[in-house]
Design a protein. Structure first.
Length: 477
């Protein structure tokens, strides 16, 4: 796209985020708490209204808790309902849709949490406003140009000049197409799908189960959405195209279930799609970064799209904060693609296998085992952890480790060791000592702001060299 000549005064900001979905909102919250000026724009007149990304995996729950919305997520969501298979109007039996594990000290969330995407976005927007930010709605990107010092974006609301631009504008990303970054992938299932948010008469269908019916025309599911009076409907179409009108939604329910069309009292939102898996060939072009669905598109079957997107934001946010606010070299931003693209590729493969029935929604779907051991910011090993591993939670005095980590700072954790600890310049690193703990063993662990171990060692040898490229420094003299 070419920029039109404009006479309006430029709006200036450090970071322009295009797209106010879960990814863009999470990134805006993270930057706001770091004091990094950011402008979040959305071409639609309001937040996305549907339930589409309804499953929040345990690792994402940890992220949201760190961003300050853990209590709201607990209040407005709930555990996944137990699946119920139906045939010819008769219940055939229950089965669990997801792996459910008891919470542990190291992993406080043992199961996915269900909450419609629109609610997740509302919660993140409320948090952003608490932090002093907001969304500019009805602001469409129409032009984009880069130079050595920044990005100039032409919006329908006027031009913006930013140091960096983040494309969080979805699978049909305008920014990605403007940069001519290709998406490589495949159609996961040629059958089109219908997804809708509906209300059902109270005496027609219970809200205790995730109801599933399979017919010759394709399957249909009705999942009660915790914290609402709604169900999410998903239907497969082996022939023809979905009719997303209220009448069409009611018709497919009447055709494939024991319910009558009139039992669907409201159709709140509906859309159609074809499940696909695609990965952007690169996540960065100069001063522009792709995040969320703009960088990777998942089948919804695995419950990975929204979760991977929020964690893209969580990875990129602290790095932008270090570069823009603490003097870290811009080369630190190279690590975003190096760390996140392999994770996205792994989750795309998982989503596709789950969609095709080749793998269950087990521990891998919870994303607690993901890490950056082979990443450019991982160095050392101590105790039972290697740099790049997720830093486990656990009790420490009257607090928990996640309470110690919470916030935009780094944490130098000394576990079961009397090793002499350095003093850091500034307040970016907090030092915490604790007794030996089996989830860590013994040693020193520098925990990044996104909750992963960046550096680990038995003593401080090599720590000063590690932290320098992060914009951190040790006191001397």
């Amino acid at each position: 796209m070419e920029l039109n000549s404009v006479k309006e005064a430029f709006t200036e900001t450090s970071v322009l985020i295009v797209g106010a979905g879960p990814c863009g909102l999470a990134l805006a919250c993270d930057l706001a708490r770091r004091g990094v000026p950011a402008l979040l724009v959305e071409q639609a007149p309001a937040l996305f209204p549907g339930s589409r990304g309804k499953g929040i995996q345990p690792r994402t729950r940890e992220v949201l808790d760190d961003l300050g919305v853990g209590a709201a997520v607990r209040e407005h969501g709930g555990p996944a309902p137990v699946g119920m298979a139906w045939q010819a109007g008769e219940r055939m039996g229950e089965h669990h849709m997801f792996r459910v594990a008891a919470p542990t000290d190291a992993e406080p969330y043992g199961e996915p949490w269900m909450m419609p995407q629109w609610r997740t976005q509302e919660i993140l927007l409320a948090r952003l406003r608490e932090l002093g930010g907001d969304v500019v709605f009805s602001a469409a990107l129409t032009g984009l140009a880069q130079d050595a010092d920044g990005v100039t974006a032409h919006l329908s609301t006027g031009p913006v000049r930013a140091s960096y631009l983040i494309a969080a504008d979805g699978g049909r990303s305008t920014v990605r197409r403007a940069l001519r970054i290709a998406m490589t992938g495949e159609t996961v299932d040629p059958a089109p799908m219908l997804v809708a948010d509906v209300r059902v008469a109270e005496d027609a269908l219970d809200r205790l189960n995730w109801h599933m019916m399979s017919t010759d025309a394709g399957f249909i599911t009705l999942c009660p959405l915790p914290g609402t009076a709604d169900f999410q409907l998903v239907a497969q179409f082996k022939e023809g195209e979905p009719d997303i009108s209220p009448e069409g939604v009611r018709a497919v329910v009447a055709e494939r279930t024991h319910l009558e069309a009139r039992d669907v009292t409201e159709v709140l939102w509906a859309s159609d799609f074809r499940p696909r898996a695609a990965l952007a060939d690169r996540f960065r072009d100069g001063r522009v970064f792709l995040a969320g669905d703009a960088a990777h598109v998942h089948s919804p079957a695995g419950g990975q799209g929204l979760n991977t997107s929020v964690q893209d934001a969580y990875n990129l946010g602290w790095k932008l904060g270090q570069v823009l606010g603490h003097g870290a070299p811009a080369a630190l931003l190279d690590s975003y693609e190096e760390e996140r693209r392999p994770i996205a590729a792994e989750m795309l493969g998982l989503s596709t296998r789950i969609h095709r029935g080749e793998q269950e929604r087990g521990a891998a779907a919870q994303q607690l085992g993901l890490g950056y051991r082979e990443g450019p910011l991982s160095a050392g090993r101590a105790g039972v952890l290697e740099a790049g591993d997720r830093a486990p939670d656990g009790p420490t005095g009257e607090r928990r480790l996640f309470d110690v980590f919470r916030g935009p700072h780094f944490t130098l954790l000394a576990v079961g060791t009397d090793a002499e600890l350095p003093e850091f310049a500034g307040s970016q690193v907090r030092v915490h000592r604790m007794d030996a703990y089996e989830a860590y063993g013994k040693g020193l662990f520098l925990v990044r702001p996104d909750g992963y171990v960046g550096w680990a060692g038995e003593d401080t040898a090599g720590l000063a060299e590690y932290v320098a490229p992060l914009g951190l420094g040790l006191k001397t003299g």
